[in-house]
Design a protein around this ligand. Sequence first.
Ligand code: ACO
Length: 430
Amino acid sequence: MSAKHAALTVADSGKQTELPLIEGSLGPATLDIGRLYRDTGLFTFDQGFVSTASCKSAITYIDGDQGVLLYRGYPIEQLAQNSSFLEVAYLLINGELPDAGQAQVFEHEVTHHTMMHESLKTFMHGFHYDAHPMAMLCGVIGSLAAFYHEQLDIDDAEHRRLAAIRLIAKMPTIAAAAYRYSIGWPIRFPRNNLEYCERFLHMMFEVPSEPLHLKPVAARALDLLFILHADHEQNASTSTVRLVGSTGANPYACVAAGIAALWGPAHGGANEAVLKMLEEIGDASQVARAVQRAKDKDSGFRLMGFGHRVYKNYDPRAAIIREMCHKVLDELGVSDPLLDVAMELEQAALKDDYFVERKLYPNVDFYSGIIYKALGIPTSMFTVMFAIARTAGWVAHWLEQSADASTKIGRPRQIYTGAVRRDYVAVDRR
Ligand code: ACO
């Protein structure tokens, strides 16, 4: 990484500073404004972090204009084609693809940390039967800190590694348990003879009274979705994990905060919102009306699953997932009228000037909801599915930040717009 400098003169004040220009291995050069306030007395304002890098990271690279997504340098298309979710998780965490022995050890470790502490079940039973599974996931993951407090020294690399493994391993167990609790089914134990995604589907759908027969495409589709959702550099939930982590909080608290951030409809809640929107549109003949509504700013309606803060080109994950969506519906023999609505909507938006001019293309969530629905996963679990996958990214970023000695507590500035100084007025004179 080389450092050049850019001179900055603040108009009218005559104040000058020289700001270092940081270049990463890919992407635009970045102006390091850390000394700006000291040298000029000025803050910067960048609502929504549109032009602001919050950290240095070697994990994921996105070129939103070109539609490029790389995990540790590997294109998402190649990983989707050749890899598995657990291999991708290893890659994100460790920086390199595992050799056969490393992959086996990692899989063994994850598999042998999937069990939930029995007391956690009691904790889950405290929720009301109709609690949203994201509410349960957020609370229960946060509570893990209370179960592993003897291995919570964040300055100990082995404690950190173990917490990362535990989070990746237990997230599907807790997610499936939240679902089963909501429908009144007994919680299933994780089965060690199954692979990560197959094991999750068994924990979700197997009943004690009969065996579950899964078509291989179900686990493969889930694995693919998990690969595509595993990381996305400094998205809102990952930035939340990093911000909370910068205070020295434990990893379970950090990931619980990430889950909370993911819950919002502008982020991980979008796949749930897509399905609700498709159901609301109802029929392919109503698509033109929906597109018109989305263009009318007064309607307050947006096409869910369209647009992305970073991709101002086709989301590369959407192209991969679109193909899998058809495969899943074919192989599972699912004919879903919502897919017709989705196809019609995609075509209508791609041809419409409003969407073309603003570069609003379908994003990964546009298709993921349809696949989840075909797999029998209820809508309320869609964001939970995203959380399982994104845990790999969250822990990779938390580990990267925790091992970085230059990490500082994240503490933004503000532009104060409130009342100027004034004196207290007694209640009888207000
Ligand atoms: N439907 C209709 N219009 C839209 C949409 C949409 N989905 N998305 C953006 N626009 C319009 C905005 O009204 C705005 O129009 P204007 O320039 O006339 O004012 C313009 O496009 C730019 O929109 P912004 O909100 O400024 O774009 P931003 O980058 O801040 O937002 C976001 C990105 C939040 C994803 C937005 O496109 C959106 O709300 N999409 C729908 C929700 C969604 O699918 N979220 C999933 C994100 S992906 C993920 O988390 C995995």
